[in-house]
Write a protein that binds this ligand. Structure first.
Ligand code: ZN
Length: 292
């Protein structure tokens, strides 16, 4: 089945569970950004989280997640929306670090410490921004901390990306379990017990479970499915978008493009599409500014 988010309530509607299957999304991201394994895993985890979180609040149409760590990867941004469209940027995709004592990709070391920022409806008037310090750069724990601190929601987040020998993506996915108001200690105990048995979300996929099977395991059989949402890597950029972006530049900068560079080539940071603007087009942009 294609990439999707499965959403359910569980434990007598006191808990909400999101489970994501994002193998194609993360593989597409790897191909676009040419990420090395640890960068594939780090960005893949953030992409998976962004995909799930865009379906959390009914009032939100868009979501932006930004991680600014002091590790070799540098800044990562994920944007997602209600249509299941997710895209990302990464400062340094060429990172391949493993933990010394295992074969595990060292995402925490590659991300480092710094800030996690969540922005809801970034392009609208009711934008909401909140930043928290990274706990360990592994992303799942960082988001758990964010939900607790900024949204006063207790949750458990699992995110995972498994990479093949040839560096392609073998498995990618995640879950977010959120306690709703009224959740009792008994429910928390039950969930903790279930989580004790789970090594990682990629292990669950490797064992042959699909998203429904994973929800059922997390819910201990109490799940009531609410929705299923397809997700994919998609960038909405167009030449018109960059036309408008250049229009916002100072005339002097546009003149420099015209005379010194003989036109402009802009590469979208989200999908690597190249847009060329000829001298004539740049002159046209300058002209159109006068009509504002
Ligand atoms: Zn683009």
């Amino acid at each position: 089945m294609n990439d999707h988010i499965l959403i359910a309530t569980a434990y007598d509607s006191l808990v909400r569970i999101y489970v994501a299957k994002t193998k194609n999304l993360v593989e597409t991201s790897r191909n676009i950004h040419e990420t090395w394994p640890t960068a594939t895993a780090a960005l893949g985890r953030l992409l998976t989280a962004g995909a799930m979180m865009s379906f959390m609040n009914k009032d939100d149409s868009e979501l932006l997640l930004k991680i600014e760590g002091d590790g070799p990867i540098g800044q990562m941004i994920v944007e997602s929306n209600h249509h299941g469209e997710v895209r990302a940027t990464i400062k340094n995709p060429a990172v391949y670090l493993k933990y010394n004592d295992s074969n595990k990709l060292a995402v925490g070391n590659a991300v480092g410490l710094g800030l996690l920022t969540v922005r809801r409806n970034p392009h609208l008037k009711n934008a909401f921004t909140s930043s928290v310090n990274l706990v360990n750069g592994e992303i799942a724990e960082d988001l758990t901390y964010y939900f607790f601190l900024s949204e006063q929601t207790r949750s458990s987040v699992g995110l995972g990306v498994l990479v093949n020998e040839d560096q392609s993506v073998k498995q990618a996915g995640g879950f977010i379990i959120q306690l709703l108001p009224g959740a009792t200690d008994k429910v928390i105990d039950q969930i903790e017990k279930v989580l004790e048995d789970i090594k990682s979300v990629t292990d669950l996929f490797e064992s042959g479970l699909d998203t429904h099977g994973i929800i059922s395991k997390l819910a201990n059989g109490t799940e009531k499915l609410l929705d299923i949402k397809p997700v994919r890597y998609f960038c909405s950029c167009t030449k018109d978008y960059y036309f408008e972006a250049i229009k916002k530049l100072d005339d002097l900068v546009i003149d420099e493009m015209v005379h010194e560079d003989n036109g402009a080539e802009i590469i979208c940071q989200y999908c690597k599409t190249k847009y060329h603007f000829s001298r004539e087009e740049l002159e046209e942009i300058k002209e159109s500014k006068k009509n504002i």
